[in-house]
Design a protein around this ligand. Structure first.
Ligand code: HGY
Ligand code: MN
Ligand code: MN
Length: 417
């Protein structure tokens, strides 16, 4: 509810009840019987979530625009007639079997900030934009953050639209199928600031009992798809020294990656998907295809990890007598956010009596793309047990409300009225 800010004018306030209700409603779309939800980008489930988000934006009388990549923007025009804007964004697509907050919390908190202005009858000095970006997760199409990358011109529009999923469907075809192939071009909207509120997805805030994360940047990300071709043979008759075992080669890469991560202490390495052919219990795998996700806050160490992986693949190919190829899917260098915005977030948290700490994000976010276009920063709230990309992902309503209020306070400071 809007309360007076001492000047007689009602002060915009976050409606936590509506925010939590919206998060619950969205979390049911694509829900599975095990308590998770799967809303891969540009699927029917994603369309349903998009449609309800657009409905909520229109209920707030926001001017809804969709660009060529399906990015959705709800615009609350400011007194300056919309020339200069502040954007709050994130994503509503999910990974497989996801938790309820990743991305959705940020988009719906942006909507809650817009609602706070509307309910207080307050027209901000500059326009406020609420954004939901396409394919942040990168599960169906790579690279991840494809929508925000294309929005900032980080990938040619045609290249972005022709990226294919495993079934051969392009981004452009999938957008048309769900009716979100908008016509706004990249650059139709260039905000001065971008803020993203997100659950931390890691254990630091929860462990250290800190309420707010002041996110100063995002670590580097490198994704690969590795294909190993060996020779199928009988599991019971083929002596070990005669094998060209794609499965064994893949498993040795997994052990190598763990050793690499432990050796640097900062690099993280994950094999998230793997597939063997022919996939029979008594046949030595002729083929293994898997993905590698490498992360490091330091650019040089990330490159070193990539080089060490390439060397190990070459060595393994020679020793096992298999052919190995590696396709580089993603490389995003570490990003540093805007210092002034980070300072503002820290000040606002302190003014609300909320403890805060500065940190770098382990997860990728649309903010790292928006930082190429304008001043950008992020606000984190604790993830219980640091769990995310898992139905057990949880953040308390108190913490979610605190994060949304810090977001509103920063917006009020920046937008003025
Ligand atoms: O992969 C990531 O870090 C993000 O969740 N897309
Ligand atoms: Mn996210
Ligand atoms: Mn995610």
């Amino acid at each position: 509810m809007a309360v007076s800010d001492g000047t007689g004018k009602p002060r915009p306030e976050i409606r936590g009840d509506i925010l939590f209700d919206h998060i619950r409603t969205l979390s049911l779309i694509g829900a599975d019987p095990l308590g998770g939800r799967t809303r891969l980008t540009l699927t029917e489930e994603d369309r349903k979530a998009r449609d309800i988000l657009v409905k909520w934006m229109k209920e707030l009388d926001l001017d809804v625009r969709v660009d060529r990549f399906g990015n959705i923007f709800g615009i609350l025009e400011g007194k300056d007639g919309g020339k200069d804007s502040l954007m709050i964004g994130s994503h509503i697509d999910t990974v497989i079997h996801a938790g309820p907050y990743d991305g959705c919390y940020g988009v719906l908190s942006g909507l809650a900030v817009a609602r706070a202005f509307r309910e207080a009858g307050c027209i901000p000095g500059r326009s406020l934009v609420v954004a939901a970006f396409t394919n942040e997760e990168g599960v169906r199409f790579q690279p991840d953050m494809l929508g925000s990358l294309a929005f900032v011109g980080g990938i040619p529009a045609d290249e972005a639209l022709s990226v294919k999923d495993d079934g051969g469907t392009t981004v452009g075809e999938a957008l048309s199928r769900i009716g979100y192939n908008g016509n706004e071009e990249p650059g139709f909207l260039i905000p001065s600031e971008y803020l993203e509120l997100h659950v931390e997805q890691g254990p630091r805030l929860d462990t250290e009992k800190i309420r707010i994360g002041v996110v100063e940047g995002v670590q580097g990300i490198s994704w690969w798809r590795v294909s190993i071709t060996g020779k199928a043979n009988h599991a019971g008759t083929t002596p070990t020294n005669m094998r060209h075992d794609a499965g064994y080669a893949a498993a040795s890469v997994s052990v190598f990656l763990r050793d690499l991560a432990v050796s640097t202490g900062t690099t993280l390495a994950t094999i998230g998907t793997i597939n063997f052919e022919p996939g029979a219990v008594n046949v030595i795998p002729s083929r293994a295809v898997f993905t590698v996700d490498l992360r490091d806050p330091d650019c040089t160490r990330l490159t070193e990890a990539e080089e060490k992986l390439a060397e190990f693949l070459q060595k393994t190919a020679g020793e096992e007598g298999v052919r190995i190829s590696a396709e580089h899917l993603v490389r995003f260098d570490p990003v540093v956010f805007d210092r002034g915005l980070a300072d503002e977030i820290e000040k606002v948290a302190a003014a609300r009596g909320l403890s805060s700490m500065r940190m770098v994000s382990g997860a990728g976010h649309d903010a790292q793309m928006m930082a190429r276009m304008c001043r950008a920063a992020m606000i984190f709230v604790p993830s219980v047990g640091g769990i995310s990309h898992n139905p057990d992902e949880h953040t308390s309503e108190d913490d979610m409300a605190a994060g949304a209020e810090v977001l509103l306070d920063v917006v009020l400071k920046l937008l003025g009225d």
